[in-house]
Ligand binder design. Sequence first.
Ligand code: APR
Length: 178
Amino acid sequence: MQRFSITVGDITGSHADAIVNAANTTLLGGSGVDGAIHRAAGPELLAQCRTLGGCQTGHAKLTDGFRLHARYVIQTPGPIWQGGGKGEAELLASCYRSCLEIACARKLESVDFPSISTGVYGYPLPQAATVALRAIMTFLADHDYPRRVRMVCHTEAAARIYRQTWNLWYAESKADRL
Ligand code: APR
């Protein structure tokens, strides 16, 4: 079974064990996927988030899924794009790694990611896709859990960029093995 895949859809409808929320450091909700997840999860999610004391950019915290199909929501604030010279790539990679570490520690079978930081936070999609795929594939190479990870893109255009980036990464990794 393929451990990683790219799909198009609304992450709030996901049946994965956990979905990741592109949150902000307050963890008190917002627009974009953050707003969609809070609306779908119900007010209990915000009540739980209020007890967490926020979250640093690049870090992640686990919350329940409440009215979502997903059992958990892993909250992670991505970096705001400032041109690429303020450590954005390292912070974005840290978001993916931190979420996967939580999922691995709980031996979750499946985790769905949105494309963190590529909306309100302005991270250019091609650069974000390169960082995301490298972080995910590096983690999966060294860990047995989660068993399945998906990138859930909200649009076909975004998925196309992830697929193009995946093909480039995969070709490079095959070349390295030769
Ligand atoms: N399902 C999947 N992906 C979605 C959904 C959805 N329902 N809604 C939006 N997206 C996609 C966007 O198209 C974008 O590619 O999620 C990606 C991240 O965009 P944002 O939600 O704007 O998140 P981000 O860029 O990380 O900005 C975070 O926005 O919503 C606020 O509180 C949040 O302050 C924080 C900031």
